[in-house]
Design a binder for this molecule. Structure first.
Ligand code: XMP
Length: 324
């Protein structure tokens, strides 16, 4: 599409002043595009959709209708943060959809990674469409498409939470950050006053913890992963420089443990931290042994069902970053 090329005259956003100029320009452009109309947005809480939402709130206030779908595969504290930032602080019109049971019921017994991804993507669109249908008179659909999405995969995000939203929704697209690179989106987000934990968030796959809870997802193992992941991220946040991605994985097997002289079976938790430029290749990041031990102690003490902590030191290739 013709209007999907970043204008050559567009300066790189490298300073707060340039970010502010971009914000002013976009707010005016958004007002001109949508007027008094309402705009629907799937708000995952990732940096791209959050910055898109914040720009729209500035431009059209409560006429932005943001929908946050909790599919049960988000990290610890994420849905709460979206509600706190957008509903409580920015006074956005936010529809929170608790779809946890729906997703987990659909995923029960499904072990194949691609099938899991398909189910999560399809269910997401279904839930989002259902919410859209409940609302009358919305003709605009906002998306947090950024320039690398266009360069890599055409005009609509296909690999993201938002999925390829179906054409029959027949809405005009609103994509205020579509010519920005990630560092520029972050700069704009910071200038808009979004919290650092949102703006500088590590990349998180659309299917979320679903691809880190290896094999068929069960609720108890998913909860163990969510808790362990929060501990892993909390400790590794102390590394400088920060790895590009750092998280926990939980496999779908148990190993023998011992407690009070009794043998029992428990899950292992795997620590993964990598650095990369483009996610095409990646290197395992060195984690100091004392940090590993702190993670081990906190996970073993706080996460029921886990009796072993491992560190994945594999590079990509031959391993991938995610386990599925
Ligand atoms: P792999 O595991 O292929 O991951 O080395 C490369 C990068 O892509 C992310 N990833 C995904 N992102 N949906 C996403 O939005 C997905 O299904 C998905 N799978 C992998 C991964 O986190 C890493 O940054």
């Amino acid at each position: 599409m013709e209007n999907n090329r970043r204008p050559e005259s567009m300066e790189r956003i490298t300073t707060p002043e340039l970010a502010q100029a971009f914000i002013d320009e976009q707010v005016a452009a958004l007002k001109a595009q949508v007027g008094d109309g309402k705009v629907l947005l799937a708000l995952s809480g990732g940096v791209d959709s959050s910055v898109t939402a914040a720009l729209l709130i500035k431009a059209i206030g409560e006429n932005l209708v943001a929908v946050h779908v909790n599919h049960g595969l988000l990290r610890k504290g994420e849905p709460e943060q979206v509600i706190d930032v957008f509903r409580n602080q920015l006074k956005a019109t936010l529809i929170y959809v608790d779809a946890v049971d729906r997703f987990l019921d659909k995923l029960a017994g499904i072990a194949d990674p691609e099938q899991k991804r398909k189910i999560i993507g399809a269910e997401f669109i279904k839930v989002f469409e259902e919410e859209a249908r409940k609302l009358d008179g919305i003709h605009f659909l906002a998306q947090g498409t950024i320039y690398p999405d266009i360069l890599e995969s055409g005009p609509v995000k296909s690999h993201h939470n938002v999925g390829g939203l179906p054409a029959e929704m027949n809405m005009e697209l609103v994509e205020p950050v579509k010519f920005l690179y990630k560092d520029e989106v972050r700069m704009v987000g910071k200038q808009l006053g979004l919290p650092d934990s949102m703006v500088f968030r590590q990349p998180f796959p659309g299917p979320g913890l679903g691809v880190r809870c290896v094999g068929a997802i069960t609720r108890d193992r998913l909860e163990a992963l969510r808790e362990a992941d929060a501990i892993v991220r909390d400790e590794i946040a102390g590394l400088d420089p920060l790895p590009w991605q750092y998280f926990a994985v939980i496999p779908d097997f148990k190993s023998t443990g011992i407690k009070d002289n009794m043998r029992y079976m428990g899950w292992p938790v795997i620590i993964r931290a990598i650095s990369t430029v483009d996610a095409v290749t990646a290197k395992a990041v060195e984690i100091p042994f004392d940090m590993l031990c702190r993670i081990r102690d906190r996970v073993i003490e706080n996460v029921p069902g886990v009796n072993r902590v491992l560190w994945d030191i594999s590079d990509k290739p031959v391993a991938t970053i995610e386990w599925e």
